[in-house]
Design a protein around this ligand. Structure first.
Ligand code: IRO
Length: 312
């Protein structure tokens, strides 16, 4: 029984990995994912220059998930490129993901030019869905800008590249986004990022739980799972087969991972639950997923990927 997968024509021994932003801020955290059962890692979204991010407390977990308004704290693209360059030499049989975000088209182009000029042989995840940079809208909700960015991206970048999208909540939005995305040679679409600008309150103290933005932040965990599964399946149904799906949102058990794959995911990313449990979660999730596959008589992910049944 194998949980291996292929994405962008690249083989991964395991379909489980971290979600950008969790356990991937620096070399210390990335080493822990590298030394876990995860199939690979994605870096914290890298920007042109390092960022300290928003004021703390900026992350809070509840028994149903998490809220965060980190504000894109990161070491800057070059730090992550240096780390990946080192890992490509030290652990060459794995392929790594670099998450990036520019604050405008020129920055997107600059980031991609830097990657193109480097020895990077991995996969780029262009983040179009950070909800926590004050004053900056989530690009994923501006369809015309998404189309403009992707047009330019594929004029300048030749390696495998996918995008991280915010959750959508309207069937027509799935249709409109898929129509745009099907124009481009995307390697994948990663659905979903956190549900932007939720609010979790401590009713005892009658206060919000995080400092930035009057307590408003991205929602992850159990709260997010039904939305995540819907976005994974909606894009799986609509996108051309060459654009694969990475499923992110609400995965804390082998069953959750199984459900994302049943909805069409080729790779699954873990955020909130990884933050709570640490990198050993990948051993647990892999074992649980294999047990479910065994019980159902499946030996590979292709036996059930995308084969969600309807009631009609
Ligand atoms: O606040 C963040 O750093 C952050 N937080 C999220 O929940 N998603 C994102 O894409 C980002 I860039």
């Amino acid at each position: 029984i194998s949980t291996k997968t292929t994405l962008a024509g690249i083989h991964f021994d395991n379909c489980l990995m971290n979600a950008a932003g969790v356990y991937c801020y620096d070399a210390s955290e990335l080493n822990q994912i590298q030394n876990s059962m995860a199939g690979t890692f994605v870096t914290k979204t890298g920007t042109v220059t390092p960022r300290t991010g928003n004021q703390v407390p900026r992350y809070r977990a509840t028994h149903l998930g998490s809220i965060n308004s980190m504000g894109l704290p990161n070491k800057g693209l070059q730090y992550y490129m240096d780390y990946i360059s080192q890992q490509q030499k030290a652990v060459p049989h794995k392929t790594y993901f670099q998450s990036i975000a520019g604050f405008n088209l020129a920055e997107d182009e600059y980031l991609l030019a830097q990657i193109q000029a480097s020895d990077f042989t991995g996969v780029v995840e262009l983040n179009l869905s950070c909800p926590n940079v004050p004053g900056k809208p989530q690009i994923g909700y501006d369809f015309e800008t998404v189309e403009k960015i992707l047009t330019r991206v594929f004029e300048v970048y030749r390696g495998p590249l996918g995008i991280k999208l915010p959750p959508y909540f309207d069937i027509v939005h799935f249709d409109q986004m898929a129509t745009i995305l099907n124009q481009f040679p995307l390697a994948f679409v990663n659905s979903v990022n956190s549900i932007g600008n939720g609010l979790i309150i401590d009713s005892l103290s009658e206060r919000v739980t995080i400092k930035p933005k009057h307590g408003f932040g991205g929602i992850g965990g159990d709260y997010l799972k039904p939305t995540a599964l819907a976005n994974v399946h909606a894009f799986y149904q609509r996108l051309k087969p060459s654009i694969q799906i990475i499923g992110t949102g609400g995965i804390k058990s082998g069953q959750d991972a199984f459900e994302h794959i049943l909805c069409g995911a080729s790779m699954v990313q873990v955020g909130t639950a990884l933050h709570a449990e640490g990198p050993q979660i990948f051993a647990r999730l892999t074992a649980e997923l294999k047990t479910i596959m065994y019980q159902k008589g499946y030996t590979t992910l292709t036996d059930f990927r995308g084969k969600l049944n309807y009631l009609d």
